[in-house]
Design a protein. Sequence first.
Length: 135
Amino acid sequence: RYFYCMRNPFDCWRSYRVMSWTGYNEVEEFLQDYLASFERLEQMQKKLGERLILLNLDALKKAPDIFDFYSKNIFGPLGLDMPERTVKRITKIMGDRKPSSTTELSAKDRKAIANRLGIANVLETHFSHSISASR
């Protein structure tokens, strides 16, 4: 089995732009790699079929019960139960998390993302339940 983690481009860029390790200075640089990643996903889907499991990180963030999300979307497809030590570890990680200090995207960045060729298709295909291109 293979897992492909995806997040909408607006929130993904919001996170990436504040991280010093990414090497992205401009939204266009990020979008080039972001779209290339989804092109690679299409290739993986053709080759791997049902062995490829998509993990929508937007759904994880909105999940009312993260343990249920992990159980159904990661452990379940692998035919595994979620061990108690994993539950404890997730609980610790969630307790140690500090609130995100990311700020809102500028209108310029939002527009660049929304107007980039290919983004509307990614949003419609993978994030239609949670986001729109006008975000």
